[in-house]
Write a protein that binds this ligand. Sequence first.
Ligand code: V4E
Length: 221
Amino acid sequence: MSVEVERKFVCNADTLKTLEEIGVCLGQRQFCDQYFDTPKFDLTLKDMWLRKRNGCWELKCPTTADKAEETSGEQSKAAAMCSRYKEITNLPEIQLRVKEVIKDVCEDSETETSPSQEEESWMSRNNLVCFAEFTTVRRSFTLEEEGVQVDLDEADFGFHVGEIEVLLPEGGDVQSALKKIERTAGKLGLTGDKRVEGKMHAYLRRNHPEHFARLLSEHIL
Ligand code: V4E
């Protein structure tokens, strides 16, 4: 399991020019995300984001803030600009986390089934349906001295966003990750002090206003 600390930003022509000057381009890739939840939004209302990225399961779920972050004024400003989620990619562990939220109606069957049949059965037992699907083209850069990655995402529904991110092992140094992200934001000339909306935020706002409104009212988005 790893922890991703990230800050989203609006990438304009000046930011892109600076990034191309100070960063090293790692290349471009394309991925398709399918996000799943119950019709009552049981997972996303708990800020849990279950997705298949290019067919592989991933779950992003909240971490708890550490004491230093809660008490230090400057750091909490940096933390407010960033999001922090655990990323789980192991399916049995994902299923355990989902089970903590949604009561599974029955356990796995004893009969021989293929992994894909088991996945289908797990999804239907838990009433998990796909509520968002989109493809992203991502260009990635690294700022080597900081050990951070900067991604420029262009989603197929006409939305683009930048992300400065640091990936940590669980229990890794979040404070130092926040400082690296802040320094990188400074180098890129980012001046905004408001959180920037991500792909899912924009997707739900445009396509699923009811779901979007529920998440806003519960302060998830
Ligand atoms: C909406 C959401 C999550 C789903 C994934 O969101 P995001 O990080 O935007 O996706 P992506 O494609 O960049 O994933 P990556 O490749 O980095 O793993 S996970 C958490 N949220 C909620 C959320 C929020 N409330 N505020 C912000 C700024 N971001 C996300």
